[in-house]
Design a protein around this ligand. Sequence first.
Ligand SMILES: [Zn+2]
Length: 170
Amino acid sequence: MTHLTKNFARPEKNEEVVTFGSLDPSVQELLTAAFQVRQRAYVPYSGFKVGAAFRAKDGGQIFSGCNVENAAFTPCSCAERTAVTKAVSEGATEFSAGAVLAYEPDVFTTPCGVCRQFIREFANEDIPIYVAQAFDARISEKKDVLQSEDPVLCTSIFNLLPSSFHTYRK
Ligand SMILES: [Zn+2]
């Protein structure tokens, strides 16, 4: 009976928290892109800004997106879905990594359940997801927006959404 679970999404790596400075420059660039696009977040209702960026596996292009709210509340788009939708509409459907930035003082902000499923659609293999805090004050203080000692959660879509729903009929 175990064959019925062998294709389940299982993470390739455990989650860990590392410093920004220890990450590969390509990951630092992805996190920085998420920080920058977060400044465009359209959040007149919640004020909660989120930025996301995904790197295309083919060609390495970064697609970034912010959250976009709506007066009717239901039709909101999260940053992750904005970024992935932009990528797919430009022809990129496979990703080597993703990054998500928001700010809560005492906790990392990880993708919501809907976004986890949305990312999973394009994850035939596990996709590393990097999560960090965004400190807006650094912009006006003209400091590096992400700094060497900043903590970064290194997780992945299969950590965030194990045993997930997926179609195997492609
Ligand atoms: Zn979401």
